[in-house]
Write a protein that binds this ligand. Structure first.
Ligand code: C2E
Ligand code: MG
Ligand code: MG
Length: 752
């Protein structure tokens, strides 16, 4: 838009200037040619008038000469002397014809006619122009323009005839008519018109006369003749103007052609100036949009070409700088892999609804290796791991190093099964040992998987969920864990949680709910499990899965567990005092199990509240045992020595073998809910549960089925020898105050 107008502006200025200059030239030519025409007209008129006068004089002299010849004729003189009229008449007729005089008259010195060629005159008549005669007598000859009685105009010349004295006058008349005027016009180049001054009408005219004053088409000059006559000489102005008009016409044509050529030329020139500018501005727009790839068209050597050259240098400069910046911003220097930023950005390419997975990989014991062998070895190990992982990077996906020993894969379009297969491939690839300086390092890794869109819709959430899953995988030594197994924990919620938890503990927002455990053989409630509940004043009730993992991570669990144990034991004392024969189970976390004061604290509680040790059961997850098996075992032994029961929670999710468990002083095995839920649907699961029950019994362990929801499951468990069942199918966790009422109801129901 602006470039077109620039182009037009250039052309308009050029052509405008040319038109202006040409207009001035034209005006100048016009005004000066008008002046020249004026001067030329006057000059031509003056010359014409002079020529006209010369002609008149010349005519007169010719006539005089002719008259002289006549008067020298002896026979003629004799005829006059003898008054021989016929001879005189015949001589003058011949003579007149010779000199083209229309009228010839011979007059005696007395003023009476002797003879005439005109029959209207008779001998003895007085001479018609006595004034001419008088002038001739005074001057020896005379001439003048005279009108005959019939109105015809003549130039009359009167000369004497000498023998040797003057014996007569001969008058010769030349008809001054249109033909005469025409001849005069032919010689002078002017229009010739004879008028009588002060009278209208033309006596003779060369044609097309305009006698009125102020006539613009003709310039005229008057030449006075005698006898009140005047010759009006006229020059048509157009005639003088014609060559100038022609000149101006040609000039106009030339100007028009020049303007046209110039306009075309300047449009082309403007185009040549503007096109490279257009190219430049298009390139600038591309650069503004971040496209540095396209080089500029080759430039000419002029200033615009130089500008284009500098611009091109700028483009390549920016391109290479941007490349460097992008590299710095997006590439991990150590491994040359994309970094976390690049990874988060690449996620944007996942097609919504298309599915996908984020897999976080973390090297086990990396910190240990780093500390033991030094950072240089650590760096080389990371490079080696990157080298092992790089070939696995899927097409359309990405492998990145997030930080430290944490890598991540982005899989496009992957579902749970595909992600699991991919994860197995990663584990298999990492199984190849790495050799650094001859040292063989066996690498093991944990993997956390979050699926799009199930576990989150944005890259940051998915990464966080995958990292939480990774933590869970590490806890359980499971190798691989899915985010869906670890529960949703939005990060922003977690941050405010830690402050909240401390406040909640003081404010009494935590309570325990108790879920009954049913002995399948006797149909009696033998125990309850204490489950933590948080009634948040603003957020309502928050499930333990939402805040316990966070409390474990931050260590705050060390403040929660004592409260849980104290509350549970105090409640056990209340029920014990009320004569209810039920045990109370409480859950422990990994950190609790590593707490060296745990045993002493539990013993104090039992003593303070006078609760028999067998009324308390502590539930421990497999992973809690795996983090530091030796320590765990020592503490478990200490607890077992107190006489309290120990239970393995969520059994089957991790990888602890029954053989290992056998070495621990545990009493109870709680089969994870996931096995129970599938029991009536999957014969394979049923077989696992069945053999687990059998093996547990062989090892002297009580088997508890968690998450029993249906009567079918209950029946199946009873038939297959499971000892205890717990689940919504029996009762949901309830407040302590509700338990006694519920127990009474339950007893009434089962005996009925
Ligand atoms: P858990 O120890 O395995 O507890 C059993 C969980 O299963 C409870 O969830 C319970 O409400 C739920 N449950 C019981 N029967 C059914 C059923 O039929 N169907 C289904 N779908 N779920 C059933 P809850 O109370 O949300 O606790 C979740 C987990 O939080 C517990 O799993 C335990 O690991 C942890 N937790 C709870 N209280 C404490 C605590 O005081 N200290 C520690 N360290 N962890 C606790
Ligand atoms: Mg439990
Ligand atoms: Mg459990």
């Amino acid at each position: 838009m602006s470039s077109t107008s620039l182009r037009h502006r250039i052309a308009i200025v050029f052509v405008g200037l040319l038109v202006l200059v040409m207009g001035l030239v034209l005006a100048l030519v016009h005004s000066s040619s008008a002046r020249i025409v004026e001067r030329e007209t006057q000059r031509e008129l003056a010359v014409g008038a002079k020529v006209f006068q010369r002609l008149l004089e010349q005519n007169q002299r010719q006539l005089e000469t002719a008259a002289g010849v006549l008067s020298a004729d002896f026979a003629f003189r004799e005829a006059i002397a003898t008054q021989d009229q016929p001879t005189v008449r015949s001589v003058i007729r011949n003579h007149g014809q010779r000199i083209h005089a229309q009228v010839m008259m011979v007059t005696g010195t007395d003023g009476r006619m002797i003879a005439a060629t005109q029959s209207t005159f008779a001998a003895g008549d007085p001479f018609p122009f006595p004034d001419l005669l008088a002038a001739a007598e005074a001057a020896g000859r005379s001439a003048g323009f005279r009108q005959m009685r019939n109105g015809q105009l003549f130039q009359v010349v009167l000369v004497p005839i000498m023998a040797p004295t003057r014996i007569a006058w001969v008058a010769m008349g030349f008809h001054v008519d249109d033909r005469w005027a025409h001849e005069m016009a032919g010689v002078t180049g002017l229009g010739v018109h004879i008028v009588r001054v002060g009278m209208p009408g033309l006596l003779a005219s060369s044609g097309a006369a305009a006698t009125d004053a102020g006539d613009a088409r003709n310039a005229s000059v008057g030449v006075p003749l005698d006898g009140g006559l005047q010759a009006v000489l006229q020059l048509p102005v157009a005639q003088v103007q014609a060559p100038f008009n022609q000149l101006q016409g040609r000039l106009l044509g030339v100007i028009a052609a020049a303007v046209l050529v110039f306009a075309l030329g300047s449009v082309m020139l403007a185009g040549r100036i503007v096109r490279p500018l257009n190219d430049l501005s298009a390139a600038a727009r591309r650069i503004a949009l971040g496209d540095y790839a396209q080089p500029l068209p080759p430039a000419q050597g002029d200033e615009i070409g130089q500008l284009a050259g500098s611009f091109e240098q700028m483009r390549t400069g920016i391109a290479s700088r941007e490349e460097r910046i992008v590299r710095l911003a997006y590439v991990d220097e150590l491994t040359d892999l994309p970094n976390r930023t690049r990874f988060l950005e690449a996620f944007g390419r996942l097609t919504p609804g298309g599915g996908g997975a984020v897999i976080v990989v973390n090297i086990d014991r990396f910190a240990l290796i780093n500390n033991a062998l030094g950072h240089l070895v650590g760096d080389r190990l990371l490079r080696a791991v990157a080298g092992q992982l790089r070939p696995l990077a899927p097409a359309g996906g990405m492998l990145a190093r997030l930080w430290g020993d944490q890598f991540a894969f982005l899989l496009e379009g992957a579902d749970l099964d595909a992600a699991r297969r991919f994860a197995d491939g990663v584990l298999a690839a990492l199984r190849d040992p790495v050799t650094l300086d001859g040292q063989r390092l066996d690498i093991e890794a944990g993997l956390g998987i979050a699926l799009y869109p199930d576990d989150g819709l944005d890259a940051a959430t998915l990464l966080r969920r995958a990292e939480l899953a990774l933590a869970a995988a590490k806890r359980r030594h499971a190798g691989v864990a899915f985010a869906s197994e670890t529960g949703a924990e939005p990060a922003h919620e977690q941050l405010s949680l830690i402050g909240d938890m401390r406040r909640a503990l003081l404010a009494g927002e935590f309570t325990l709910a108790y879920q009954p455990k049913l002995a399948l053989a006797g149909g009696r409630i033998v125990a309850v499990e204490a489950l933590l509940r948080w009634q948040h004043p603003e957020r309502g009730s928050i499930a333990p899965a939402r805040f316990i993992p966070f409390a474990e991570q931050t260590g705050f669990i060390r403040e929660i567990t004592p409260w849980v144990l104290e509350t549970a034991v105090r409640q056990a004392a209340v029920w014990h005092a009320a004569g209810l024969d039920i045990a109370v189970s409480a859950n422990l976390s990994t950190l609790d199990l590593l707490d060296p004061h745990l045993g002493r604290r539990v013993r104090n509680l039992l003593e303070t509240h006078a609760v028999p040790a067998r009324r308390l059961c502590l539930e421990i997850t497999e992973s809690a045992l795996m983090d530091d098996p030796a320590q765990a075992q020592a503490h478990l032994d200490e607890l077992a020595a107190l006489g309290i029961k120990l239970s393995i929670d969520d059994y089957g999710v991790g990888q602890a073998s029954l053989a290992y468990l056998k070495s621990l002083p545990v009493d109870e095995l709680k089969l994870d809910r996931s096995f129970i839920t599938a029991i009536t649907e999957s014969p394979r699961n049923a077989a696992i549960v069945e053999s687990t029950i059998m093996l547990s019994h062989a090892l002297g362990l009580t088997v508890v089925a968690e998450g029993v929801e249906t009567q079918a499951e209950l029946r199946w468990l009873r038939e297959h020898g499971c000892d205890i069942a717990q689940g919504y199918g029996i009762a949901r966790p309830m407040a302590a105050t509700q338990l006694q009422g519920w127990l009474a109801d339950f007893a009434a129901r089962t005996t009925a």
